[in-house]
Structure formats: C-alpha cells, structure tokens
Ligand binder design. Structure first.
Ligand code: WT7
Length: 636
C-alpha cells in the first residue's frame, strides 16, 4: 500500500498549489489510497455560515478496515502496537496487526452482546493500555461513537460528559498505574454514575487488581465477557458500513465558557486527513517505529497514536507510564529499547526533562532517531535547541506541529526533512490548508512580517462537523467571529519568509502543560468552595508548564487560615474538574478590578500575574481604581 507522499520541497510547492487551485482533485487522489466500500459521488460540499461541511459525499467505509483488515495480507505479522508498561521490570506486549484485528473483532462482539449498537455513545475512561486502543477500535467497528475521557478528570467531569453525550455505556478499568501511583478509575466512575442512572452497562478491565464495587445488572468484567465470546466460537466481526459523514467520535474540550464542548469528528474525512498528515509530517517509512508520548485521552492520542499510524500500517509505541518514573530517563530508555525512529512529544515534557540535565540521556543509545516532533503549545527556543542538540544530536529535523482538537489533524507544520524547520515556528501549512491572518474587525492582513488572529478560509477533511447536541454553539464559537472563516482562537505571526509562528490563545482559554483549560471553568470550580465570594483566573508564564494558573480570590470574612484555605480551594477544583486544573498561585484580594458595568478587567490581572507593575494601561474606567494597587502589592 502506498500513500500520497510529498517527498521533497518541489513536490511540496506543487502539491500546495494544486490543493488550492483544484482541492477536489487533490483530495480525491489522496482518498483513493484508502479502502472504501463505496466511493463518493462528490468530494466536498460546504458552507461556513451554518456550518455545513460534507467530505466524500455518500461514500461508505469503516475506518477499522483501513486500520486493520487491509494490512493483514502484507503486514499481518508486523507489530501494530508495542506496549511499554508503567513498571519497566514488568513484561511488555507486542501486538501484531493480525492479533489486533482479532482482539478488536472479539471486543466488538462483547459490545454487541452488551447491547451497544450503531450511533450509540460509549464513554471510555482507562489508562494507557492496549485495551484502550482495542475499545476505541471496537466501537468504530460496530459504528458506535466513542468519547474518551482523559484519566485525570474527576467524577464530576465524567458525569458532565456522560450526560452531555447521553452515553448509556461506559468502558473503564479497575485502576491505572501512573508512576508510583495507582489511580482508582472504577471508583471515580462509580461516583460519576450516581449522577447518570441511565447508564446501562459498565465494562471493567482488570489492570491493577484494585478492589472495586461491581454493581449487579450494570457492571461486567471485560475478561468474563471475552470468555463468553470465545466460548460461543466467534472470531471475525464484519465491520459496519458507515457513511463518510457518520460521527466517529466525540472529544470534549474546554472553551471560553464554563462548559466543555463535545467536538464531533466524522468517519471518512477524519480518516483521510489523520493518515495523510501522519505520513507526510513525520515522513513515515514502512518499518519505522513511531513513539508518540501523548495520552489517548487527548486528540493527539486519537489521531497520532491510534488512527493515523494504524491506517498507515505503522508500528506505534504505547506507553503506560510517566517520563520521570522510576527515573527521568524513561523516554530515552524506550527509544533505545525499541529503536524508535520517530519521537513525538510536548514542549512541557521537554522542559521538565531538561531540568534533569543530560545524565539520563547519556545512559542510552538514541541513534535510531530520525525525526522529532512537538505539539500542544508554542515551544520556546531554549527547549527547541536542547531537544535538537541532546536528543536529535543535531541530526534530526524537528516538526513543530500546530493543530487543535477541532482540526482533527496537524494543519501547520514543516514536513520532516522536506521543508525546513525553524526554532519556535510551526512554519508552513500542509497542502490542503489555507491559513489567513485577520485583524480584530476581520480584515485580512496580507504580506509578510505581520501579526493577527489565525483563521482558516477553506475546509480540510478533518475539520469538526459540530459540537455534540448543540450545533449553534459550534457556529458561534468557530464560525461567527469572522463570517466565512474558521476562527482558531490563536494569535499568530507570519515572518518575512511566510513562516507561521503561533503566539498563543487570544481568548479566555489557558494552555497548561499542553492541555486546554477554560478560565471560566476554573472560576466556577473555585466559586463552589463555600468560603469564596468571587474569583478571577488568568494565565501567567510558567517555566515548565508553559502557562500556569493564577487565581485571584475574594473570601468571605470567616476564613482566616490562608494556607489551609488555599489547599481547600485546590481540593475543590481537583474534585470538580481534576488535578490538572488546580491553580498554581492563589492570591487573596478584597476586590477585583471591574468596570462600572461590572466586567472584570482581565487585562490588568493578567499583567499583574505576569509580574508587570508599571504599564497596566488605562485604569480610569474602573469602578474602584485603588484596588489595582492593593492587588499589585499583594502579588505572590
Ligand atoms: C491549542 C489546541 C493539537 C493537540 C494538542 C492540543 C495550542 C497546539 C501548538 C504548536 C503553538 C500550539 C494552540 C491551539 N497549540 N499546538 N505547535 N505551537 N501552539 O490540542 O487542547 O485542542 O489545544 O494548543 O493554542 O489552539 P488542544
């Protein structure tokens, strides 16, 4: 099987031009490399007003036939997944394409036996074990819509998502190993499901032997169910034939309002774009071993651990643990152990490993590496150089891949070894992607050496189709700010050579360790603490996390022990959202800078949190300008 492959700079230019001038031909050629039950009768129909976007109209397929079945003849015995357990002294697992196919088919039977059908929503809350990938693929095989919830989210966050998706089925594990800790997943799910009485079935995989409560009539063990399938003699599970536009999955992500939105991705377009971008950005070659360190609970794991690599017939490494346990050399140990050729990680991980010096690296042979990648947030030059010199030994191109949960795949990035990298720049759009910078009024900013808000003016196959259960919200959020354009929420520079450099969010969304967190969500959680009257949350530069969470909090008069109250607030946020949303700094204040109409002037709070004391801008419109001095003086 071959893929549409852009293998040198000339081809990049030609492909880009063709993708703009003849997008339908361009995408039809690429889509032709996949297995379809029935071809499309039209490549693209779209308008950004509704929005209404259809790729590969009336085409029929199942993505798992592309991830699994079609590899059986040529690479059935090649490893599809290499799984490295949390504890390096435990046995690892290698799962070939043939084995993965068999396991997905068996688990698809389990789902069917438990009542799951086409278009049903299934929430998945598991650690990084092969069964997570198997569960996802089995959902796709039977046409159910999976919604994976990252293992760091709280019971309350799970309940919100299960309710929003109307998911009657949940797949989880007793627990998950993460470094020295065991996360009690099933227990968290049990708390969540108290708010979700409509859930009919919970399938539980046993990973940690953590004691769990199994509710009669609702909860079943993964292994028991598999045994039933086995005893019934089932082997294959014919894939459901899906429409190209049938939803493949929902993934919740934070926005500028308090409630996360369920980003919906399609089957056909998502498959084509995830695979096309995987092959071209990383310049994947057959036989390469590829290691993406993300969690499958985020979009990076969906597109670039599971779907993209498997559709391309790659060998993808799945790592259960954390980079610093038992030692800070875990990534390098894995690279050495499996002779990893392509490593894809996040700036926050690079910065935290930088702090351990080069000692942990020197213990390992990293000479198998050919390509390095980063994703999730802007990478600072220092971290880029460190990654380039110490990990890539000055030999490996670094792809700085800019994209979002909503884009489904990488939109702006250099192509490894094909187009040049430039530290801290995502560089150029992939063929098929048409970025545009606009000012606050929506006027296009042309030319080079300019800055603006990043929008995309033409659809690509893996653009989100809607937000689950609320199409208007999707329109408002992404398509209404600048009519006729998809608005990313990011600020961006275009340098003199036309390279794009993402500067960060321009909305009230934070990017903490590469994870998106809405300020309103954190404020809502802080305000739930009984002693809190009001709060305002902003981001500030953080050495490791990129952005840290800074909270200004007004307490009622009953709370005197500030230290304990801080811990209580953190505990509250942890309970309501998850540990990832805990504020790094909590400053108690007696008031917030508000305009006469009651709007909090976040600009001022942001500047103070950043350590700026002088140029706070115009404060004359504030109801009480003296509060600014108080806040400045109390800065942590
Ligand atoms: C936001 C999307 C896409 C997977 C991980 C995050 C920021 C992402 C880069 C990059 C600068 C980046 C943007 C974007 N971002 N990649 N290479 N350079 N910023 O997915 O949670 O949907 O967040 O992450 O601000 O809007 P996400």
């Amino acid at each position: 099987m071959s893929f549409y492959r852009i293998s040198n700079a000339d081809k990049y230019r030609t492909a880009y031009q063709q993708s703009v001038e003849h997008p339908e031909t361009f995408w039809s050629d690429i889509a032709g490399h996949f297995t379809w039950r029935k071809r499309w009768d039209k490549v693209l129909e779209w308008n950004f007003e509704q929005p209404d976007i259809k790729w590969f109209r009336n085409a029929r397929l199942n993505i798992t036939e592309n991830c699994l079945d079609r590899h059986l003849a040529d690479r059935g015995d090649q490893p599809a997944i290499i799984w490295e357990p949390n504890d390096p002294t435990q046995a690892n697992r290698t799962i070939t394409y043939r084995e993965l196919h068999a396991q997905v088919c068996k688990f698809a039977h389990v789902l069917k036996n438990n009542g799951v059908g086409r278009a049903d929503r299934v929430c998945i809350y598991m650690g990084m074990i092969p069964e997570l990938a198997i569960a996802i693929l089995a959902c796709a095989r039977i046409g159910a819509i999976h919604s994976v919830i990252f293992g760091g989210f709280s019971a309350r966050s799970i309940a919100d998502r299960v309710q929003d998706a109307g998911a009657e089925y949940v797949i989880t594990a007793d627990g998950a190993f993460r470094g020295g800790k065991v996360i009690e997943l099933k227990s968290v799910v049990d708390d969540a499901l108290e708010q979700c009485p409509f859930v009919k079935r919970v399938i539980v995989y046993s990973r940690t032997d953590t004691p769990v409560s199994m509710i009669q009539g609702r909860d079943v063990w993964w292994d028991d169910e598999l045994e039933n399938v086995h005893n019934a003699g089932y082997a294959d599970f014919p894939a459901e034939e899906m429409d190209s536009e049938d939803p493949l999955f929902i993934l919740y992500t934070s926005g500028s309002t308090g409630k996360p939105k369920g980003v919906v991705h399609s089957s056909g377009g998502y498959m084509v774009y995830a695979t096309y971008s995987f092959v071209n950005v990383f310049q994947y070659n057959p036989g390469d071993v590829y290691f993406c360190t993300a969690d499958i609970g985020w979009i990076t794991g969906h597109s670039y651990i599971v779907y993209g690599p498997l559709c391309a017939g790659a060998t993808t490494v799945l790592f259960e643990g954390v980079p610093t346990w038992p030692e800070a050399d875990r990534f390098w140990e894995i690279v050495d152990k499996y002779k990893v050729n392509i490593l894809y990680t996040a700036p926050t991980a690079i910065r935290s490993l930088m702090a351990h010096g080069t000692g942990p690296i020197e213990k390992h042979d990293l000479s198998s590496l050919k390509v390095l990648g980063t994703v999730g947030e802007p990478i600072n030059e220092e971290a880029w150089q460190w990654y380039y010199e110490n990990i890539g030994k000055g030999q490996c191109p670094i792809v700085d891949t800019w994209w979002q949960t909503e884009t489904g795949g990488i939109l702006i990035s250099n192509l490894a070894g094909v187009t040049p990298h430039k530290p801290a720049h995502a560089t150029l759009p992939l063929p098929g992607v048409q970025p545009i910078l606009v000012d606050d009024k929506g006027n296009e900013i042309t030319g080079n050496g300019v800055a603006g808000n990043l929008c995309i003016k033409f659809p690509w196959p893996s653009i989100l189709r809607t937000t689950y259960g609320d199409h208007e919200r999707c329109r408002q959020n992404y398509f209404a700010t600048y009519p006729g354009l998809y608005f990313t929420g990011d600020g961006c520079l275009r340098d003199l050579e036309g390279n794009y450099r993402i500067t960060g969010r321009v909305d009230d969304v934070l990017n903490v360790s590469g994870h998106r967190i809405g300020t309103a969500e954190v404020e809502n959680a802080i305000n739930m603490h009984s002693g809190v009257i009001e709060s305002a949350v902003v981001g500030y530069p953080h050495d490791i996390k990129g952005q840290g969470i800074y909270a200004y909090v007004i307490l009622d008069s009953h709370h005197h022990d500030e230290k304990l109250t801080r811990l209580d607030i953190n505990q509250t946020v942890s309970r309501l959202i998850g540990p990832i949303a805990k504020p790094d700094q909590i400053q108690f204040v007696t008031g917030l800078p508000k305009t006469r109409s009651g709007k909090i002037m976040r600009r001022i709070l942001r500047k103070i949190a950043e350590g700026e004391t002088e140029n706070l801008g115009d404060t004359s419109t504030l109801l009480d300008p003296t509060i600014v001095d108080e806040i400045k003086n109390g800065k942590l």
